[in-house]
Design a protein around this ligand. Structure first.
Ligand SMILES: [Zn+2]
Length: 232
């Protein structure tokens, strides 16, 4: 049966060659999502291991957070931009889970993330969810959950209203725009827990700040943050 499966796979790959998410080169049979070269040279931040990383100051004076880290450096035109594009706009949700799982394994080696109890992905508004068909942050959470061996919850934090695309707005406007968008339900699940909030990319942190603010209203909750990428 496995032989037939493999033959079929090879046959399919003649017509639909799989390619590396980061560089576009064709993948070898034993590679998934990334070619070996891209996988070996992902621009990792290693912020999860640092006592003071630049990201630890991003929420200073705004909201109380335990630890903030991103897996990769994002720069306009770099390979991480291709990865994020594939994850968000090309339907490649599996790459989110793949990188989440990879990152989860690294986070287990960080003293800051070992006490995390559960994972909560930043939710998409239902309208956007329907357009995209999936929430990319949820797929990252799935990967993290798998390697960290802790649950992820998608029903505790949700969006309460629609916000338009934020890329062209100033930081203040963005904050005005997002501060009331999150709501919580079934909060008993998170009571007293160290929650790992995850998303695909960290920029100004306005969305994240709104989500953290909402989660901190739950009794005894502490929040740490991870994203797949942050600006270099
Ligand atoms: Zn590659």
């Amino acid at each position: 049966m496995n032989k037939i499966k493999q033959l079929l796979k090879n046959f399919i790959s003649i017509f639909y060659p799989r390619s590396c998410v980061a560089c576009g080169n064709a993948l070898m049979q034993n590679e998934s999502h990334f070619c070996l070269s891209c996988l070996m040279h992902l621009p990792e931040t290693n912020y999860h291991l640092m006592e003071h990383s630049p990201l630890d100051y991003i929420f200073e004076g705004r909201v109380s957070v335990e630890k903030v880290a991103s897996m990769l450096f994002y720069k306009k035109g770099n390979k991480v931009q291709h990865i994020l594009h594939a994850l968000k706009y090309k339907g490649n949700k599996e790459v989110g889970r793949f990188l989440g799982e990879l990152y989860g394994r690294q986070l287990l080696k960080s003293m800051y993330y070992q006490s995390v109890d559960c994972i909560v992905p930043i939710p998409l508004h239902p309208k956007k969810f329907r357009m995209r068909g999936y929430n990319q942050s949820e797929w990252i959470a799935m990967g993290l959950s798998r390697s960290m061996n802790i649950p992820y919850f998608t029903d505790v934090l949700y969006r309460s209203e629609f916000t338009e695309t934020q890329t062209k707005k100033s930081r203040f406007n963005r904050w005005e725009n997002v501060k009331s968008v999150f709501a919580t339900a079934d909060v008993g699940k998170l009571k007293g827990k160290h929650v790992l909030l995850c998303d695909d990319v960290l920029t100004t942190g306005a969305t994240m700040e709104a989500a953290i603010t909402q989660l901190l209203k739950i009794e005894g909750v502490r929040v740490s943050v991870v994203t797949l990428a942050c600006a270099n």
